[in-house]
Design a protein around this ligand. Structure first.
Ligand code: SF4
Length: 398
């Protein structure tokens, strides 16, 4: 388990600055700290040229015929099938996520091997509450995201382009070695939408597995079925944001759609991975009884009461500085509604030390995991069951 002392020691070793999305790796001294003396930096006149030149072929795309594309002139057009945006990309252009480029009729990933942010977090910060409590998660992100949520807390990363951050090429084995050196049993793909670096993250996860390190994904769930199937085979746990139970909310606030996300949650729930859901409750936009009830009913009906759901507090950020932080009473209302409908593991998120951060046994109602902030202070689970009444507690504990 990662104690407060361990975490402070790691912070000191990595000289990490405070910040929600970890440190930006553009600083060569920090790169050297993490990855050794040979950073592989070899920037030519144009970093973008270097990125394009070294970018490997992406997966999940196919060339469009002219009939499909509707393009009147001769062009090499590609359809990307990685996420539900399904971008049609003309030669020399990129998709909406800014990370996948049509280079002479081949789709390339500009973010493979280019992590721009690395941090070691408690796994509770992801948040995972029913998965390896107290584990240190070696967390990384690249640039880019297929969505454009107006409240994004990591917008400096998610809404940036790969060429905005000059970082060295970092092969998967080096990420795994760094996680191992820093005693992290878990690697987390997080901060931006990791789907955009699916080729990189699945290669890291395969390499990590060989070394007994697990891999987890923190995602908006907007990917298509085939890439998610590959991730479910490769990864160990997935957290999906269900941002609001409304198509209109997804369309107007996130620039996306609800249905692909619901589909991904159902697919992940049926797979072998551990699944948790987060609902960021934004005042006036998705905090009505109707929307919260709709979300709870859908989760209960489609994936069942054992999937943990975190009702998390919004803080003003990015393009939503006009709204106040979510009142704690709103989160408590959502939590109580979930409990009254029979959900086993609802949580109040982003409110340090609130009792809704604890995990309670659905049978005897005693606290089986107590938390202070992101730190676990007490575990009363033995062999996957409540120490008090022996009821099985859903999750992964070892
Ligand atoms: S992953 Fe990027 S390029 Fe591919 S469909 Fe989604 S937004 Fe478009």
């Amino acid at each position: 388990m990662l104690s407060r002392r361990d975490l402070l020691a790691i912070f000191a070793r990595l000289a990490i600055t405070a910040g929600g999305a970890g440190m930006i790796l553009s600083d060569p001294i920090r790169q050297k700290f993490l990855f050794g003396g040979n950073s592989g930096l070899a920037f030519g006149e144009s970093y973008l040229d270097e990125l394009i030149h070294s970018a490997p072929k992406a997966r999940y795309w196919k060339p469009l015929t002219f009939k499909d594309s509707g393009c009147p002139k001769e062009e090499t057009i590609i359809r990307c099938f990685l996420c539900a945006n399904g971008c049609a990309i003309v030669n020399g252009q990129r998709g909406r996520c800014r990370t996948r480029m049509n280079v002479n009729g081949e789709l390339r990933s500009l973010v493979y091997g280019r992590p721009i942010s690395i941090h070691i977090d408690p796994i509770e910060k992801k948040p995972f509450y029913n998965y390896l409590p107290g584990a240190a998660a070696f967390s990384l992100a690249t640039a880019g995201c297929p969505l454009s949520c107006k409240f994004c807390q990591n917008w400096e990363i998610s809404q940036s382009s790969p060429e905005d951050h000059q970082v060295p090429f970092t092969p998967p084995a080096r990420i795994v070695a760094a996680a191992h050196t820093n005693k992290s049993p878990v690697i987390a793909f997080t901060y931006n939408e990791p789907t955009v670096f699916t080729e990189y993250l699945t290669d890291i996860a395969r390499e990590a597995k060989k070394h007994g390190i697990r891999s987890v994904l923190i995602s908006c769930g907007f990917m298509n079925e085939a890439p998610l199937a590959e991730m479910c085979q490769t990864l160990d746990a997935i957290k999906i944001d269900l941002k609001g139970y409304s198509e209109n909310f997804y369309r107007t606030v996130c620039g996306a759609n609800l249905q692909p996300v619901l589909k991904s949650i159902k697919q992940a729930a049926k797979s072998r991975v551990h699944l948790e859901i987060v609902n960021l409750v934004v005042p006036t936009l998705n905090d009505s009884d109707k929307m919260i009830n709709g979300l709870i009913d859908w989760v209960m009906g489609e994936v069942g009461p054992d999937v943990p759901v975190h009702f998390s507090r919004f803080h003003p950020d990015y393009q939503m500085l006009n709204l106040p932080p979510t009142p704690v009473t709103t989160l408590e209302r959502a939590y109580n509604m979930a409990m009254s409908k029979g959900m086993h593991y609802p949580y109040v998120g982003n409110v340090p030390d609130h009792p809704g951060n604890n995990t309670y046994c659905p049978n005897c109602k005693k606290a089986v995991i107590k938390r202070q902030g992101f730190f676990v202070t007490e575990i009363n689970i033995k062999d996957g069951s409540c120490k008090f009444c022996k009821r099985k507690i859903a999750g992964v504990w070892t």
